[in-house]
Design a protein around this ligand. Structure first.
Ligand SMILES: [Zn+2]
Length: 497
């Protein structure tokens, strides 16, 4: 890119013309549903299995076979629809999308064309924009064609027929950052409702971007599709390349360079998008109703049952954590990023009655324990430490039995072994010394020869007390309660006045 742009909000201001260009972005996201078997056959769905071992006559398109719809796929798809506030259709239908390619042995894909199972709804982005959804439909995945073997193309049909939902957004986004926020929010929702893992590394979430640019306030121009972006970073980088490319083309005045309706691919290594083919219209696919499947009828009671299975969604939780529990936006984000962590936090906060302390312990120590290779746990639920134990630890600190350094030590042991905090405190002799007599002896010793501290405190410079608290803590091997120590020191200093 030769031209320079200054960005102001969502506008890209051209250095040469001063024009304020605004991108128009819509996303189509394919997400794999967490079903055990494929959408229309009983083949197992498993990532990383040897090629072509998870296939059968149905998903390889043998003549005479018939598809049978996977009920779980429909349940999961409906949960996503409800979570984004979409309207679930009482009746929808499946269609054949016809095309010829080596990864689709049937020469058609079963999808939903003019009557998808849900329409409308939308997603609130953290930065404030509300992105409307046009529709979501259910469809089967294609196989995988592997082209990097010299002259050969290899085909793996393990993925052929796997259940997907495709979410189509309105072109409501205006920046690469908003596109990434949308992807993150959608991924979070899919995971929260248990509809899928949405792991981009495993190809469980893939997105196509539609993007055009226009001078601010002017009508939309021709959009270009960038296909098969398989990470949030690729999506952002593809847009960061494509937006200035389109602007430069328009500003060149050379009509042959103007964006045309086409499909482009993002070359990850070169960081550029390249023409793949001119974009097909719907008519190129010769859609027609799938004759082997009846219409999909969803009763109200079925839909309501799925609604009953929804949990509170991440955005709503964050709001509640901020407004009702007084947590910071940052803490709320850390706790809600994974649903199991949020659930764990809520259990511990309910037991401890101290949400802020609970949040701090989780953010600083518990999640760190998850990352520790010596602790074998891949999710918070697998940790030896349970919410009840954290609540107990917080109570020990709050009641003054345990000071914060001792609490850290106890936490480390709890994370490794799951031992109960009270037992650990007793076993290691970590209780704070509350014995007034002992504390007073240490305090008097600490004040000996510290006339300046006494004088300073008497003169109202209470800060000077710290110089006497230190020696007491040392004498008690860290077991004195610093708050009590300060009280006793002040009493002694006051006595002799
Ligand atoms: Zn199969």
């Amino acid at each position: 890119m030769s031209a320079e742009f200054e960005r102001d909000g969502t506008a890209w201001i051209s250095a040469s013309t001063g024009t304020r260009w605004v991108p128009v972005i819509g996303l189509e996201v394919h997400a794999q549903l967490a079903t055990q078997s494929k959408l229309f056959c009983a083949c197992e769905v498993r990532f990383g299995a040897p090629p072509n071992t998870l296939t059968c006559p149905i998903c390889t398109g043998q003549p005479g076979t018939l598809p049978v719809l996977n009920a779980t796929a429909v349940e999961l798809a409906v949960r996503v629809a409800l979570a984004v506030g979409a309207e679930v259709a009482a009746e929808s239908k499946f269609d054949r999308k016809n095309y010829f390619y080596c990864d689709i042995p049937k020469n058609f894909q079963i999808s939903q064309f003019d009557r998808p199972y849900c329409t409308g709804g939308g997603i609130q982005l953290p930065s404030g924009r509300f992105v409307r959804l046009t529709r979501i439909h259910i469809e089967e995945d294609a196989g995988k064609a592997i082209h990097d073997r010299g002259d050969e193309t290899l085909v793996d049909l393990n993925r052929a027929g796997v259940a997907l939902i495709e979410s189509v957004s309105e072109a409501d986004m205006e920046s690469p950052e908003e596109a990434v926020e949308y992807l993150e929010a959608l991924k979070e929702i899919i995971r929260y409702v248990g509809a899928g893992e949405a792991d981009m590394e495993k190809g469980q979430l893939r997105c196509d971007v539609n993007v055009s640019v226009r001078p601010q306030g002017e009508p939309w121009r021709t959009k270009v599709e960038i296909k098969n972006l398989n990470s949030f970073r690729n999506a952002r980088e593809a847009l960061e390349y494509e937006i200035p490319r389109q602007i430069e083309a328009y500003e060149s005045g050379d009509e042959t360079r103007f964006p045309r309706q086409e499909t482009r691919l993002f070359d990850v290594r070169a960081g550029v998008t390249r023409t793949m083919r001119s974009k097909e219209g719907a008519s190129d696919y010769r859609y027609f109703a799938e004759p082997d499947l009846p219409p999909l009828a969803l009763s109200e009671s079925f839909v309501e049952r799925q609604r009953g299975l929804l949990c509170e969604l991440p955005e709503a939780r964050r709001r509640r954590y901020r407004e009702e529990l007084g947590l910071s936006e940052y803490d709320a984000r850390v706790l809600t990023a994974v649903r199991e962590v949020a659930d764990w936090f809520e259990a511990a906060a309910r037991l401890s009655g101290r949400p802020k302390e609970t949040a701090n312990w989780i953010a600083n120590d518990v999640l760190g324990g998850l990352a520790d290779p010596k602790i074998e746990a891949t999710s918070i639920d697998e940790l030896p430490l349970k919410p009840f134990d954290l609540a107990e630890l917080i109570a020990l600190v709050a009641e003054g039995t345990l000071h914060s350094t001792g609490a850290r030590e106890v936490m480390g042991e709890m994370l490794r072994t799951g031992a109960a905090p009270r037992a650990l405190v007793a076993e290691r002799g970590l209780e704070q010394v509350e014995d007034e007599g002992r504390l007073e002896v240490w305090c008097r010793e600490a004040l000996e020869g510290r006339e300046q501290v006494v004088a300073d405190v008497r003169a109202g410079r209470i800060k000077a007390l710290g110089a006497a608290v230190g020696p007491v803590m040392k004498a008690s091997a860290g077991k004195a309660n610093p708050r009590r120590v300060r009280e006793i020191l002040l009493r002694i200093i006051g006595e002799d006045e």
